[in-house]
Design a protein around this ligand. Structure first.
Ligand code: HEM
Length: 454
């Protein structure tokens, strides 16, 4: 008689008692180390490592698990050669609730199959087309600054990315009321749903509003699929809906809705965080800002397109450096699906693993003066980031490595190039550089800037 074992997705997280052989600390009841991490993320992680080593037991959010730090641990987890670690189960209780069927939350063969839904959308021809649309939106947005002397950068860049997302991801008129409704629905998920403690779909609970946003997006995207299949649009959605499986069949509407809605989420907070941290440092370091402006002026064009991107190495290094100090995804989650070994410790099946890219990004073993903003460390002469393939992982690594990396870097260059040619900017007097790392890194006070039209 054969006994069928339950699938790993049906099993609960391992009991903390099974982790007691791993050195570590639980923190306060229910929340664990979360309050300290909110207050000072990297100091807390560093202290934990000083006390308990690179592989330690910790309690973050409502979950107890293990925090494997350093590039060797990151390599084992992200490359996952033995297929020990599940994304689905790692993210299940956090983002998985909201974007469940998206590729980040699919494991192994199924993940590989679904990743190909994006194959045409990120090809050069498509990227060239997006770059033209994005440049127009950026130009339009930067005109809003013409009569201003100061701006709050975070809300500005978020609004910009919402408009880019509406047009470039879904082919929705980026300035119309449809885009506005769409943006509102997303913000319900991000600001209400993802902050909800009680997961009940009853008003006035935050979870209810998050679900309301999710339903709106699903219905709306669902209603656009047939139209996007009929027409030869140049937006992401028009490419995705035409992709097929091996047998020639289309992906189902629900699968496409999952992928398309996650796209917006994956691009939005991450890119706004990276851009605002880069600008925070350029606003402080006027000499560096002028150097990048000279680089842009030398191209002799108001806007750059996809083909010109490698002519802006200065912006690329500055963006890389912002993502080194403040990687937008502060913690990458996985759950072990079987007993395995990590960093010299036995890890029981169903253990949550918290990988912290920013710890690797600040290790003095790999980086000179790691706390200093120094884009030149990425230059061809210095190449500090190339000593270990997993010391610099703002976009993750292995099978789940960010599929939108080139798109994000393109956006950063298209935007910064136009900005540098049109405006000089500096920090408001009295502003002290600082950042709130959780839930997504954001400069303090939303980054107020003084601007001067050129
Ligand atoms: C600065 C901007 C960005 C950063 C720092 C970033 C970071 C990341 C990271 C760390 C992961 C891997 C997470 C993990 O392994 O647990 C990831 C995955 C992903 N990202 Fe990004 N991302 C950015 C922008 C974007 C953009 C613009 C898009 C879409 C256009 C995008 C789409 C995705 C998708 C679909 C995945 C899942 C890939 C998979 O599971 O195979 N990201 N991103």
């Amino acid at each position: 008689m054969s006994i069928s074992l339950p699938h790993y997705s049906e099993l609960p997280n391992t009991d903390n008692r099974n982790l007691l052989h791993i050195p570590g600390k639980k923190g306060i009841p229910v929340l664990g180390m979360t309050p300290w991490l909110y207050k000072d993320f990297y100091t807390t992680v560093q202290k934990h490592q000083n006390n308990y080593g690179l592989t330690s037991r910790i309690h973050i959010g409502f979950q107890q698990g293990v925090m494997p730090l350093g590039p060797d641990n990151a390599k084992t987890i992200l490359l996952d050669k033995e297929r020990n670690f599940s994304n689905e189960m790692g993210y299940k209780d956090i983002t998985g609730i909201w974007f469940g069927g998206a590729i980040l939350f699919r494991d192994f063969d199924e993940h590989r199959l679904h990743r190909r839904v994006f194959q045409t959308a990120f090809k050069s021809d498509a990227m060239q087309g997006y770059s033209e649309g994005i440049n127009l939106i950026i130009d339009n947005f930067l005109q809003q600054w013409q009569t201003q002397q100061s701006v709050l950068f975070m809300p500005f860049v978020k609004q910009l990315l919402i408009n880019i997302g509406a047009q470039i991801f879904y082919g929705i008129d980026n300035m119309g009321s449809e885009a506005r409704k769409f943006a509102d629905a997303f913000l319900l998920i991000l600001d209400k749903g993802m902050m909800s403690l009680v997961k009940k779909d009853i008003p006035p609970l935050n979870y209810y509003y998050g679900q309301k946003g999710k339903r709106f997006i699903a219905n709306h995207l669902g209603s656009l699929i047939a139209d996007r299949r009929r027409h030869d649009g140049k937006d992401f959605m028009s490419y995705l809906v035409k992709e097929t499986r091996d047998d020639g069949s289309f992906f189902t509407d629900q699968e496409l809705i999952d992928h398309l809605s996650f796209l917006f989420f994956a691009a939005f907070d991450t890119t706004s965080s990276g851009l605002s941290h880069m600008l925070m440092h350029l606003a402080e370091n006027h000499r560096l800002q002028e150097e990048l402006r000279e680089e842009s002026r030398a191209l002799n064009t108001e806007t750059v397109t996809f083909q010109d991107l490698d002519k802006l190495p200065g912006i690329e290094m500055a963006f890389n450096e912002a993502l080194r100090l403040y990687p937008s995804a502060s913690i990458l989650l996985r759950r072990s699906i079987r007993d395995c070994e990590l960093g010299g410790f036995h890890i029981p099946a169903n253990t949550i693993l918290f990988t912290v890219p920013g710890f690797n990004h600040r290790m003095p073993e790999y980086w000179n003066n790691p706390e200093t903003f120094d884009p030149q460390r990425f230059s061809t002469e210095r190449q500090e980031h190339k000593q270990h393939p997993f010391q610099y992982i703002p976009f993750g690594g292995g099978a789940h490595k960010c599929i939108g990396m080139n798109f994000a870097q393109m956006n950063a260059k298209l935007f910064t190039h136009q900005l540098l040619l049109k405006y000089r900017f500096k920090l408001k007097p009295g502003y002290r550089i600082g950042t709130q790392i959780l839930p997504t890194p954001c400069p303090v006070d939303n980054l107020p800037l003084l601007i001067e039209r050129l």
